[in-house]
Ligand binder design. Structure first.
Ligand code: ATP
Length: 217
């Protein structure tokens, strides 16, 4: 698999947040993306996931532009994990199982025991699955968001400060879980946004600076 962003640009009200940003993520790559607040890291991740429209440039998946009938397949393979998930009705188990009813994941089946095992690795138990999703703390929301993405088994995870609200022990467990998940299939890749330089080094083999992705050509 490969995801290639060509000269992406996003502007609001006539002001460019970023422009001419190019990035290639090949099969098995683990990339950390760092940069100042407001430089557009979240917008870039969302545009890589086709969740944010761009004003310039385009994204290729498997060497082709993604549109029309290719979108559900792409959504099954490339997943954005937000820093803070939106409120949803129902329990954590509902939150984890609902995506399996989406067209993008039609070929996958929710396995409660796999979800529970991952939740346990992040220091929570059975009761966590019965909690109301909208009542979760910030760190708990991040636990649920990571597990939701991992059990859907994408090829590329786009992680937006996924452990920023967790205590140190849980964050370390999340890093280990994602690392082990990547090791499970050589093709699995991550782009991990973080403000923590040490975390960037730990979770990647390539640290890229947001402002160095902008070419002047
Ligand atoms: N829908 C929008 N309309 C206008 N401006 C927006 C919109 N979405 C994002 N922005 C602006 O774009 C800039 C980049 O936002 P983004 O969230 O990508 O930054 P970031 O690098 O991820 O920051 P942080 O490290 O603080 O999370 C910010 O100044 C933000 O206010």
């Amino acid at each position: 698999m490969s995801l290639i962003a060509h000269n992406l640009g996003i502007a609001f009200d006539g002001t460019w947040i970023f422009r001419n940003v190019s990035l290639t993520v090949e099969s098995g790559n683990r990339v950390a993306l760092v940069g100042p607040s407001g430089s557009g890291k979240s917008l870039l991740l969302k545009s890589l996931a086709m969740l944010q429209s761009v004003d310039e440039g385009y994204v290729e998946w498997q060497r082709e532009k993604i549109s029309g009938s290719r979108v559900p397949g792409f959504r099954g393979e490339v997943m954005y994990v937000p820093q803070r998930s939106a409120d949803s009705d129902g329990t954590v188990e509902d939150f984890l199982s609902t995506p399996f009813s989406f067209a993008a994941h039609a070929d996958k089946t929710f396995d409660r025991s796999v979800a529970l095992k991952q939740i346990q690795q992040l220091g929570r138990g059975d009761k966590f699955l019965a909690k109301s999703q909208r009542e979760l703390s910030g760190g708990e929301r991040q636990i649920a968001a990571i597990v939701r993405a991992l059990i859907l088994a994408p090829s590329l995870l786009l992680l937006d400060e996924p452990t920023s609200a967790m205590d140190g022990e849980t964050a370390a467990a999340a890093e280990a879980l994602i690392d082990a998940w990547c090791d499970g299939e050589p093709s699995r890749s991550t782009v991990w946004v973080t403000h923590d330089r040490q975390q960037a080094q730990r979770v990647s083999e390539r640290v890229v600076e947001m402002n160095q992705l902008e070419s002047t050509t």
